[in-house]
Write a protein that binds this ligand. Sequence first.
Ligand SMILES: O=C(O)CCC(=O)C(=O)O
Length: 383
Amino acid sequence: MTDALPATEYRRRMEIYAQEGANRAAQLGNRGPIRLDDHGKLHADIVEAYWKHGFYVFRRALSDSEVGELRKDVMHVLAHAPIGPQQSVDANGEPAIGTEMKRFPYFFVKPLSDPVGGTASSEGRHMSKMAEAQPDDDAPEYVIQIIAGMCQLFESGLRVYGHPGLLAVAEAINGPDFVPYNDAIFVKQPGLGGSVAWHQDGVTHWDSSNWDEGIHGVNFQAQLNRTSPLSCLWVVPGTHKRGRVDIKAMVEANGGSDQLPDAIPLHCEPGDVTIVNRQTLHCSFANTSDDFRISVSWGMHRREAVIGQHGHLLQPKEVIYDEEFITKRSSVIQVAIDARRQYYSEEKPYEYMPFKTVAKQYQWNPENFERVIRDYNTRDMGI
Ligand SMILES: O=C(O)CCC(=O)C(=O)O
């Protein structure tokens, strides 16, 4: 971290950029509540705005009580998480939560660092290294940046996966035959959270003959705390239409700075849910702010974009996403819908087309926890 800036200087530079970005964001808009039409479909104006800019911010999509439950559950996991990479005990020396899962659910980073920019990680999609900042002397050696596997770790995580309004959004973007990608809770503690370097998520279809602006799917992020432009996700609007962009060249053309000129921050209030096209260029900066950002994230693909592909991002290349694999992973959505039905009895459940005739086999109960949910994320589908 020898080139890292003092955190105060990093923050000073970010504050100027953040203000400019917030002004650009205010002009663009693309924010509002989830609005469904008389048939329960996402309002056409929102769909159009999403395809125009490659993102949308849904205000207050989650109720205060749902946000409160998610926050309590995430904080519980953080309090009982392993003390560092490859560790299995928490800060009290007790067995850490989730370490029995087949996929170790935590990703650690050094405070205020960029762990992946300019490396071969995830097929080299984070092409350029971000600026880093120096943490305080008493900062821990590592902090958690990602918690995976929320549908297994706590029930509020499973329930949000079955949210009817958000599933209607997934349908409006991907069509009714949509399938899941993965989930990841991004944790960016104040003065500690590392960056996530500029990248486009997709790695599979850039050169496909049927490439289009939606082929790599869409990501959702539910915000549990208020975030400012200093701590939130940033996007470069419209880049989902441009094919694979040359991030290195963009940074070089910007005098070597990662503060890209056309980017805008997706700062949010608790309960807001952002959707970002997986081809839209996005990043988050090292968190030198006072915000504690917790972003509960998950993604959805079109089935036709996934079927027959091999595991690019999450599994070895020998793993093929065939019908059986996809059906098994997608059944988590159906169980989540039922978990939500049992908990929010006043809400109209989403009808998930691929499981319409077999929904009864996927009720939320201990048996289906073992059959469907346990280690479900070994079947995440990243394209
Ligand atoms: O939320 C963040 O900080 C990064 C999210 C991200 O890169 C992603 O969802 O692909």
